[in-house]
Design a protein around this ligand. Structure first.
Ligand code: CA
Length: 224
């Protein structure tokens, strides 16, 4: 399910957004000021953020900056027509698109769809990642520290790949079992196998192994 965080202090607009997005099958969480928005984004790891510019406590521009320091979650800004300077600044700071108030719900939904599609295409076409001092090349199945290769087994590499592509989301042991083993094999596997693979992977990654966090009783997430 696609999760969207709406940060908007004008309650009628927030309500309108929530109602229409939910009708279109999205899970919607709403925050009414920047501070609440920031913690909601950190906690819930949304797939998309709808961000009003003029917000109490932390304004939209500042919030945009803070989010971009930690993640590449797609963001659409909601701006008033007169906020042109802020809109440009927002796009420079990494917002993906903007919608000018008053907006039509239909237009907003179209933007949401486009930005989500673009972001999933980007993630799927990304071929290499940086993890601390390591470079991970997904096409060559190669992990390098500088010029030195870190030898991983194919399974360990698959684990790393799934973690990298999850964009910071928590992966449950069941998720990992299903993505890494075929169904008929997976049903006979024990989730403890996952823990053993992760332990070996962490070990081999050295200090970057610490970016793989255990979420107690649930699974794992990569925190870069
Ligand atoms: Ca506002």
């Amino acid at each position: 399910m696609t999760k969207i965080v709406v940060v908007e202090d004008e309650k009628p607009i927030a309500k309108l957004l929530k109602y229409n997005l939910e009708r279109n099958g999205y899970i919607v969480l709403v925050a009414y000021d920047g501070e609440q928005g920031l913690s909601l984004i950190k906690e819930s790891k949304p797939d998309l953020i709808l961000l009003d510019l003029m917000l109490p406590k932390i304004d939209g521009i500042e919030l945009c900056k803070m989010v971009r320091r930690e993640s590449s979650t797609p963001m659409i800004m909601l701006t008033a027509k007169k906020d042109e300077t802020d809109r440009v600044l927002g796009l420079e700071l990494g917002a993906d698109d903007y919608v000018t108030k008053p907006f039509s719900v239909k237009e907003l939904l179209a933007r949401v769809k486009t930005v989500l599609r673009r972001s999933s295409e980007n993630l799927n076409s990304k071929k290499s990642f940086h993890l601390g001092d390591l470079t991970v090349d997904l096409e060559r199945y190669e992990v390098k520290r500088g010029h030195k290769e870190v030898a991983l087994s194919p399974k360990e590499f698959e684990f790393l790949k799934v973690l990298l592509l999850s964009d910071g989301k928590v992966l449950t042991r069941e998720n990992l079992l299903e993505s890494l083993w075929k169904y008929d094999q997976a049903s006979e596997m024990d989730t403890r196998t996952i823990d053993q693979h992760i332990a070996r992977l962490r070990n081999k990654l050295g200090k970057e192994g610490r970016t793989i966090h255990t979420v107690k009783n649930v699974g794992y997430r990569l925190k870069i």
